[in-house]
Design a protein around this ligand. Structure first.
Ligand SMILES: [Zn+2]
Ligand SMILES: [Zn+2]
Length: 371
């Protein structure tokens, strides 16, 4: 049995090849990929692998944001998912395998998403990603059954919405609501970046009770989607090009001209972090979630951190607690919040190259591959 896969064979070259369909070992399974998102990480890996902490060895297949249906499983594949829901043939699942199970983070911190063992994203069998018809999943990974009510085009967003969920949860800390520490009801949240993580963060901040969510980003098409997902105001950086003007616009929108209670930096541009230090009010909170790859350095005045008494958190991918919760958030809110509108482009396997290109040019908010 063979299947189609979009294989990266040399730098910036991807071609559809026929590959043998993997056969699951007794504890593992094979899923049919229903849909797989093109992530910013895929774009970085494809065009600028040197910006990435762990470049992939060629040939490899990209794609890690997938929903798949279990089509084959070994005799000892788990019968329940990570939350205890039954799973079996025919069920749609999302899956992540981030942990080596051996390192300090895995064994002592019990924080598998911070694994130091060099397993960043499970390449599956033989460098396989999910821009393919089939994908191999390990029974020991974190497998979650997609609730029946959640459409595939929402579930496929588990990665960006989950990362945004983890970042929004990070903003709740240290979380003394009656001292207005951390994110709480009635606050103003600024989200920098209108990509899938930024748009998701805007939606989740609104669901978390922010009275004002302001998204700073571009292009306008993405900002319009952010508005439909819950942003109250958007500031287009192509129109308002001066950071001082953006600060003024945010101050004008916040009570007493305080600035933002919470800033979530999801643009991934170093200068945006410098701007976040200005946008946050005294005693405010900043979550840096966008700088997933090395994009250079900036200068800033550290006295601002003291003067403003800022809470600054870094946020790396999604802990299991967020991964499980995001499906529940989707189930509860997908009819109220049109998450699937983030998907602006669809491609088949032959279109992976075009999909990566469209994503790199920021034309797509989220492009997906339907094998
Ligand atoms: Zn991703
Ligand atoms: Zn580990």
């Amino acid at each position: 049995m063979t299947m189609k896969a979009a294989v990266v064979t040399r730098p910036q070259h991807v071609e559809v090849q026929m590959r043998p369909v993997p056969q699951p070992k007794e504890k593992d399974a094979v899923i049919k990929i229903e849909m797989c998102g093109i992530c910013g990480t895929d774009v970085h890996l494809f065009y600028t692998p040197e910006s990435f902490p762990l470049p992939m060895k060629m040939p490899y297949v990209l794609g890690h944001e997938y929903v798949g249906t279990i089509v084959e499983k070994g005799s000892r594949f788990p019968t329940v998912d990570h939350l205890g829901n039954s799973i079996g043939l025919g069920d749609r699942v999302v899956y992540i395998n981030l942990n080596c199970g051996q390192c300090y983070a895995c064994r002592t911190l019990l924080a598998p998403w911070l694994c130091m063992g060099g397993v960043f994203d499970d390449p599956g069998e033989e460098g396989m990603g999910a821009f393919a018809e089939r994908f191999y999943i390990k029974g020991e990974g974190l497998i979650y059954r997609v609730p029946d009510e959640v459409p595939t085009e929402v579930a496929v967003l588990v990665d960006p919405i989950g990362i945004a969920l983890a970042a929004v949860q990070r903003a709740h800390r240290p979380g003394t609501p009656d001292r207005l520490d951390g994110l709480g009801l009635g606050q103003t949240v600024v989200v920098q970046g209108a990509g899938a993580i930024g748009a998701s963060a805007a939606a989740l901040a609104k669901l978390s009770g922010a009275t004002q969510v302001i998204v700073i980003g571009a292009p306008q098409g993405r900002l319009d989607i952010c508005k439909r997902l819950g942003a109250d105001h958007v500031i287009n950086i192509d129109d308002v090009t001066d950071p001082a003007e953006r600060l003024e616009a945010v101050r004008a929108l916040t009570p007493h001209r305080l600035g933002a209670d919470v800033v979530i930096e999801a643009a991934g541009i170093p200068q945006a972090f410098g701007e976040a230090l200005e946008l946050a009010r005294r005693g405010g909170t900043i979550v840096e979630v966008g700088s997933f790859t090395r994009q250079g350095t900036i200068e800033f005045d550290p006295s601002l951190l003291c003067y403003k008494h800022l809470n600054i958190h870094g946020s790396w991918t999604l802990p299991p607690a967020a991964f499980g919760m995001v499906l529940e958030v989707m189930r509860a809110f997908h009819e109220r919040v049109p998450f699937s509108e983030m998907i602006t482009h669809r491609f088949d396997l032959d279109g992976v190259r075009e999909g990566l290109e469209t994503s790199r040019r920021l034309e797509a908010l989220k492009a997906v591959v339907v094998p």
